[in-house]
Design a protein around this ligand. Structure first.
Ligand code: ADP
Length: 187
């Protein structure tokens, strides 16, 4: 089963994605984590992506689609993947659909994690106190939210027009949201 998690920065995709991956025995694939790792290791990908990420902008569709193709070619991805924050533009949505179709697959479920803006800012502020992410400073956060509104919010409409999405009320405790997430994927 291939499951895409959509939602604004700070919506809890990473937390719920990890729980869901464990429950379903599928690998979780987060482009944000993969890129941060590449930056840490100083790989060519990391060197290219670093400044763009730290400023809060989106990495180019070409780079992301290359990363997605590599990930899907891995044996671990053969039975499905939890895509966490992987699709952030319409060209990426089209590209992933094409790669999956080439493997005889499709995005089986698209979950949209719904959180009001005020909660998002609060969550990111708290995360900043426990994790050190270069893009969690207020200026970069504002740019990430703007990138989300301009480039990623239309992706929700794209999926609505291509098979539909399932909304998950992502306000509440991690446990409560996890229950809703499991219900949303039919578990
Ligand atoms: P968040 O969703 O909270 O912004 P992530 O850890 O998911 O955080 O992503 C961090 C950064 O990585 C993004 O701001 C962006 O620069 C880059 N990134 C991750 N996934 C993508 C993607 N699919 N397309 C473009 N850029 C991406």
């Amino acid at each position: 089963m291939d499951i895409l998690l959509l939602g604004p920065p700070g919506a809890g995709k990473g937390t719920q994605g990890a729980l869901l991956a464990q429950a379903l025995g599928l690998p979780k694939f987060a482009t944000g984590d993969l890129l941060r790792d590449a930056v840490k290791q100083g790989t060519p990908l990391g060197l290219t992506a670093r400044a763009v990420m730290e400023a809060g902008h989106l990495v180019s569709d070409d780079i992301i689609l290359g990363v997605i193709r590599d990930e899907l070619a891995k044996p671990a991805a053969a039975n499905g993947v939890i895509f966490d924050g992987v699709v952030r533009t319409i060209p990426q949505a089209e590209g992933v659909a094409e790669v999956l179709a080439g493997m005889g697959r499709k995005m089986d479920k698209i979950l949209f994690f719904d959180v009001p803006d005020a909660d998002l800012l609060h969550r990111i502020t708290i995360r900043r106190q426990t994790e050190t992410r270069a893009d969690d400073d207020p200026a970069a956060v504002a740019i990430r939210l703007e990138a989300y509104r301009k480039q990623t919010a239309p992706v929700v409409a794209w999926y609505e027009a291509h098979g539909g999405i399932t909304r998950v009320d992502a306000v509440g405790t991690v446990d409560k949201i996890y229950e809703r997430t499991l219900t949303a994927v039919g578990q």
